[in-house]
Write a protein that binds this ligand. Structure first.
Ligand SMILES: Nc1ncnc2c1ncn2[C@@H]1O[C@H](COP(=O)(O)OP(=O)(O)O)[C@@H](O)[C@H]1O
Ligand SMILES: [Mg+2]
Length: 465
């Protein structure tokens, strides 16, 4: 605006100067042709006009200077404004990008539907989940991605959301693209312009893993109560059983060895011993017998058990391969408890190789904590832990049994041989010391031939000073 004004001013001044210039020229002609007093008057007018022109030039010069200043200021201001605009545009673009990234990476299917239930847009997570593209879903109905039974249910929810403006549902069972899942569902009607149809924002979060975890937790809780109950019963039975065995021993001593009575008493005594084994296992499982804490080196109980079983192993044709370090840092695990853990796991490995095989036992110090949640038990915040691997090349564990082996009373061994308590006791003891126990079966041999056998991995956190 000011620049325009300056130009107009300068223009007017130049016009005035030009007019004055022509007037002066005219006057000069008149002076040249004048004489006497007329000449004096003409000279006086000429000098006046000269002064006026001088004044005008000065004024014009000042105006031009002023105009230049105005133009320069104006240009600077324009530059600042355009810099500000581009800065704001950049910020806007950045924020849009951030929103888009957030939208795309939210770990839920986020999409917008029109009132007909057709897709308008969807985030990248959703597109990946449905293995589709934004082009493909345009004008498609959401039901196309849902199972036969899920589609009408989703349509009902959609109608309800349209009526109420919002809808929240949790742990809803849906079949999305053929995959059964549990989801948390949220729908919200988004108000747009006055005359425009509203759109509906839908957020679907797959919570199947959470649901499975909760189910496992429930199962674990059930097992705990079962353990407490059976532990109580076991405790009650322990004393009368001790008395039965005591009297049985007495009678056995008094009865001639070759008699029928001696044979029957021996059976009673043997079966009572089996009962005692079960009860001891139960008591350990429920920890009624108590688990002591105390720093120990796991190598000590491990060597004790290996020493105990070495004879049996060679008798059964099992080759023992050891990979144990000279020393290891201490763990909080009690040595006696660990002895039982190793005995249980190694006994199972021996049972899995009835016609011989190879038993590999290794122990090492590791530094990075294993991923939580994929093992039985947790290693909270552990930085250093000891890993013990006990691997056999025996019969292996069928996939359908993998989830059951740590359950109390689960056994695949004949009656009288297996109690089904070894691994549940082991699990109880290891988790007691914040450790974990995981099982891999069959052991993957990569390209070294057939995969077979079982590997039990026990991890125990290193005790802090
Ligand atoms: N190393 C192994 N190889 C094959 N199967 C195993 C192994 N360890 C455990 N199992 C399976 O887990 C089950 C439960 O083991 P456990 O709790 O020790 O009870 P038990 O040994 O009394 O049967 C066993 O019956 C067996 O089926
Ligand atoms: Mg066992």
């Amino acid at each position: 605006m000011s620049r325009k004004l300056a130009f107009v001013f300068v223009g007017i001044m130049i016009a005035v100067m030009l007019v004055t210039f022509f007037l002066v020229q005219e006057l000069r002609h008149t002076i040249a042709s004048s004489a006497g007093p007329a000449l004096d008057v003409a000279v006086a007018i000429d000098s006046l006009i000269r002064k006026v022109v001088g004044l005008q030039t000065t004024v014009l010069f000042i105006i031009v200077l002023g105009a230049c200043h105005l133009i320069a200021t104006d240009r600077r201001r324009t530059k600042a404004i355009s810099a500000q605009i581009s800065n704001q545009t950049k910020k806007l673009l950045e924020s849009k990008e951030k929103c888009q990234t957030l939208f795309d990476n939210t770990d839920a299917l986020v999409f917008v539907l029109n009132t007909e239930g057709q897709y308008v847009t969807m985030n990248q997570y959703g597109l990946n989940y449905l293995n589709t593209s934004i082009k493909e879903i345009q004008h498609k109905y959401v039901e196309e991605h849902l199972g036969e039974k899920s589609a009408p249910r989703f349509r009902d929810d959609f109608r309800q959301a349209l009526e109420c403006g919002e809808l929240t549902k949790s742990m809803e069972y849906l079949v999305i693209k053929g995959k059964e899942c549990y989801v948390d569902l949220y729908m919200k009607v988004l108000k747009t312009g006055e005359n425009e149809d509203p759109s509906i924002l839908v957020i679907i979060r797959d919570v199947t893993q959470k649901k499975l975890f909760e189910e496992k937790l429930l199962q674990a809780e059930k097992l705990v109560s079962l353990g407490v109950l059976s532990g109580g019963v076991a405790h009650e039975i322990n004393n009368p059983l001790g008395i039965i065995m005591g009297f049985c021993e007495l009678l056995l001593e008094k009865t001639p060895k070759a008699s029928e009575q001696h044979r029957v008493l021996s059976i009673i005594y043997k079966q009572s011993q089996q009962c005692k084994k079960i009860i001891e296992g139960l008591l350990n499982f429920t920890r009624l017998s108590g688990v002591e804490n105390g720093h120990s080196n796991v190598l000590v109980p491990l060597h004790t058990v290996i020493g105990m079983l070495r004879g049996f192993l060679s008798k059964k044709g099992i080759e023992l391969v050891l990979d144990l370090p000279e020393t290891l840092p201490q763990t909080k695990a009690n040595a006696t408890a660990m002895q039982q853990v190793f005995l249980n796991v190694i006994s199972n490995a021996m049972d899995a190789m009835p016609s011989g095989g190879t038993l590999r036992i290794s122990a090492a110090l590791r530094t990075k904590a294993p991923r939580q949640g994929d093992a039985h038990g947790t290693l909270p915040g552990t930085r250093q832990y000891i890993e013990i691997n006990i691997a056999d090349n025996g019969v292996g564990i069928p996939a359908e049994n993998m989830n059951k082996i740590f359950d109390p009373f689960f056994t695949t061994k004949p009656v009288g041989k297996g109690t089904g308590l070894g691994l549940s006791v082991t699990y109880g003891l290891v988790t007691e010391y914040n450790g974990t126990i995981t099982c891999q079966s069959p052991i993957m041999n990569g390209d070294q031939g057939e995969s077979r056998g079982t590997c039990m991995t026990i991890r125990l956190p290193v005790a802090e000073e």
